[in-house]
Design a protein around this ligand. Structure first.
Ligand SMILES: [Zn+2]
Length: 361
């Protein structure tokens, strides 16, 4: 089976030769372009952005390509300061919301400029090159995530209780920004769009709060529909420790749901539990190798972890009467750090090719 056939089989729970593999390696692929391609260069040039995905595909032989840049693209374009080190994922080090009035002052930037434009044009370029080989998808920050990036999570969570209308005013602007981005990204040739809806996390928000500030009918609900109405598949990434699976998988009905696993946190759902509890019945679930293993673990260790995950998934799929609806992946992005081990990314793909083989239960 080629990559497209395998991915289509997994998406529809058809018969696949093996489980698909996609460690979420994005910014780290720039290392294949040479030492002079720093993170800052990579994320500000659409051609470099795309070239890294193309080089990553050639080197690692993934089953998908998802155009994640990082989680500070929207915040940066809205005016927040983004710190960029080669050793770390970029992060916002200066927020732009300092008091309640500031939520209303934010304006949607021109998406034809800044890193939003790099994301759109870069996604178009890598999709042109890779779409006949793998399923390509765009990646975008959801409204609540974008707001916490630009205003600071602590501040937003406090203001939800003391000044909810101000938070909603901020979310309206993020919505408008997201709507424009979906319209542009859906025309790049991608087959899907992956949302980062991070805050559907029982450690932070209950069902009621999540519904009010991202929710089924409001922000996320409308954006999910917009993606589907644009003719592409709606997908979700959420690497929270206690994700709202009933809302995000059963109600949002994404084509792909990518998640993490925190073995030390009680009730964090494992891959086997996710499958056994029915979340893969209608959705391609993806996860859940610890991203830190791509830096810290030996290649032997990550190979063993991958092999164990393949076994766990295959056993659970059989038990549930499913064929192939799980993608061996990382729980979140493979760190785009200078010190990330490329051989560990390769090991995850190569071990899945062997130990992810599917046959009779
Ligand atoms: Zn994540």
């Amino acid at each position: 089976m080629n990559h497209l056939e395998r991915a289509m089989a997994a998406l529809t729970d058809g018969e696949a030769d093996r489980l698909p593999a996609y460690p979420i390696a994005c910014g780290v692929n720039r290392k294949l372009l040479g030492d002079d391609v720093t993170y800052a260069k990579w994320c500000s040039d659409p051609k470099l952005f795309a070239d890294a995905f193309v080089a990553g595909q050639k080197y690692f032989d993934f089953d998908f390509a998802i155009g994640l840049m990082d989680l500070s693209v929207m915040a940066g374009d809205l005016g927040a300061h983004v710190r960029m080190d080669d050793e770390n994922t970029p992060f916002v080090d200066k927020h732009i919301v300092h008091d309640i009035e500031d939520y209303e002052k934010m304006e949607v930037p021109d998406i034809k400029t800044g890193r939003s434009n790099v994301l759109i044009e870069g996604t178009r370029l890598f999709t042109e090159k890779l779409k006949d080989e793998v399923i390509c998808a765009a990646f975008l920050e959801g409204p609540l995530l974008a707001l916490t990036q630009v205003a600071g999570a602590e501040r937003v969570f406090m203001d939800m209780f003391t000044n909810p209308s101000a938070v909603h005013a901020g979310l309206e602007t993020m919505m408008e920004f997201d709507v424009q981005m979906v319209e542009a990204l859906s025309k790049t040739g991608v087959a899907g769009l992956v949302w980062d809806y991070l805050w559907a996390n029982y450690s932070c928000l209950g069902d009621k709060e999540y519904d009010e500030f991202e929710g089924c009918d409001k922000y996320a609900g409308k954006l999910n529909k917009l993606v589907v109405d644009s003719g592409i598949a709606n997908c979700i990434h959420n690497c929270a420790d206690l994700p709202h699976l009933d809302t995000q998988v059963k109600k949002f009905k994404p084509a792909i749901y990518s998640m993490a696993y925190y073995p030390l946190i009680p009730d964090s759902p494992s891959a086997g539990e996710v499958i056994e509890n029915g979340y893969a019945d209608n959705c391609l679930m993806a996860g859940n190798i610890d991203p830190q293993f791509f830096i810290r673990a030996s290649t032997e260790k990550i190979s063993k972890v991958t092999s164990d995950l393949c076994q766990e998934v295959k056993t659970a799929l059989c038990k549930r009467g499913l064929n192939s609806r799980y993608c061996i992946s990382s729980g979140c992005e493979v760190p785009p750090d200078r010190v990330t081990k490329l051989e560990n990314i390769k090991a995850v793909v190569d071990v899945t090719k062997e130990d992810g083989k599917l046959g009779d239960c």
